[in-house]
Design a protein around this ligand. Structure first.
Ligand SMILES: CC(C)(COP(=O)(O)OP(=O)(O)OC[C@H]1O[C@@H](n2cnc3c(N)ncnc32)[C@H](O)[C@@H]1OP(=O)(O)O)[C@@H](O)C(=O)NCCC(=O)NCCS
Length: 257
C-alpha cells in the first residue's frame, strides 16, 4: 500500500511537471516528493500512537526539504508538491486524491478554532505558489487557487480564485474603515468602487455637488474681462484635498455612531 502510494506520487510529479525527465531524477531531486514520502510514513506512526516520534520525524523532514507537514494531516493519493520550500500543512488538513501544491502554500488555521481547524481540499485542486488558505472549510473539486491568493471562505467546485483581502481595519484600537466584503460585488474596477463610495459618502453627508460640471461657468464676455475668477473655489474644493476632507468627515461621523 505504501509503495503503491509512493509510485503514484512519482507518477503525479512526472505527469504534472513538464521539467521532470525521468523517475530517477524525480526520486533524487524533488524535495516535495521526499516530504510526501516521509509524511506517508509519519502519518502511519501518528495513527499507531507514536505521536512524538512522528512529530520529530516531520521536523527532521522539514529541516531537509523545507516542507512542514503535520503527521496528523490526511493526504490522498497522487499528491504533488512542486518545489515545496515554505509549504506548511496543518494537523487537521484533509487533501483528497490528485491535488497539487506549489511552494510557500499554507493550509492553516485561524488560531480561533479548536478541533477541525484547517482546510479540506477536494479532488484535483491546484494551489498556486504562496497562496494562504486559512480556516476550516472546503475547496471544491477541480478548483484552482491563484498564486499569492489569501482564501478565507469556501470555494465551489471547478472555480478559480485570485487576490487577497488585507486592508487597514483598525488603528490604535479604533475601527477606521467600514469595508464589508460581503456587501460589495467582487471584481469591480477599483476606481469605479472608489468613485461610487465617494458618491455614497456625499449623499450620506448631504453635501452640495462640487463636481466641475456643477460649478457655474462664467459667461465668455465676463471671462474675457476678468484676469482672475471673481469667486475662486475654496482650497478644500480642489480635487484631492476635498476628497480627503469628505472621507475624514464621514469617518468621524461613523466613529461617533
Ligand atoms: C490564477 C491562474 C491559475 C490563472 O488563471 P486563468 O483563469 O488562466 O487566468 P488568466 O491567466 O486568464 O488571467 C485572468 C486575469 O487574472 C489575473 N491573474 C491571474 N493570476 C493571478 C494571480 N495569481 N493573482 C492576481 N491576478 C491574477 C491576470 O492578470 C488577468 O487579469 P486581466 O484580465 O486584468 O488581464 C494563474 O495565474 C496562477 O496563479 N497559477 C498558479 C501557478 C503557480 O503558482 N505557479 C508557480 C510555479 S513555480
Amino acid at each position: 500500500m505504501l509503495l503503491k502510494q509512493i509510485y503514484q506520487d512519482i507518477h503525479a510529479a512526472k505527469e504534472r511537471d513538464p521539467a521532470a525527465r525521468s523517475t530517477l531524477e524525480i526520486l533524487l531531486c524533488y524535495s516535495g516528493l521526499h516530504a510526501i514520502i516521509a509524511h506517508r510514513i509519519n502519518h502511519r506512526l501518528w495513527r499507531a500512537g507514536f505521536r512524538l516520534l512522528a512529530r520529530l520525524n516531520s521536523q527532521v523532514t522539514k529541516f531537509f526539504t523545507g516542507v512542514e507537514i503535520h503527521p496528523g494531516a490526511r493526504i490522498g493519493s497522487r499528491f504533488f508538491i512542486d518545489h515545496g520550500a515554505g509549504t506548511v500543512i496543518g494537523e487537521t488538513s484533509e487533501i483528497a486524491d490528485g491535488c497539487t501544491l506549489f511552494q510557500g502554500v499554507t493550509l492553516g488555521g485561524t488560531g480561533k478554532e479548536a478541533g477541525k481547524r484547517h482546510p479540506t481540499l477536494c479532488e484535483d485542486v491546484t494551489v498556486g505558489a504562496h497562496a494562504q488558505i486559512i480556516g476550516s472549510f472546503a475547496i471544491g473539486r477541480g478548483s484552482v487557487i491563484g498564486a499569492g491568493a489569501v482564501v478565507l471562505d469556501p470555494v465551489p467546485e471547478y472555480t478559480t480564485v485570485i487576490g487577497h483581502k488585507a486592508f487597514v481595519l483598525r488603528r490604535k484600537g479604533k475601527r477606521v474603515y467600514d469595508f464589508r466584503h460581503d456587501r460589495l460585488a467582487r471584481g469591480l474596477d477599483p476606481m469605479d468602487t472608489y468613485e461610487s463610495r465617494l458618491e455614497q459618502i456625499e449623499k450620506h453627508l448631504n453635501l452640495p455637488d462640487v463636481s466641475p460640471a456643477s460649478v457655474p461657468q462664467p459667461s465668455p464676455e465676463a471671462s474675457a474681462d476678468a484676469t482672475e475668477p471673481s469667486t475662486p473655489l475654496p482650497a478644500e474644493h480642489d480635487g484631492q484635498s476635498h476628497t480627503q476632507a469628505l472621507i475624514q468627515q464621514w469617518m468621524r461621523q461613523r466613529n461617533r455612531t
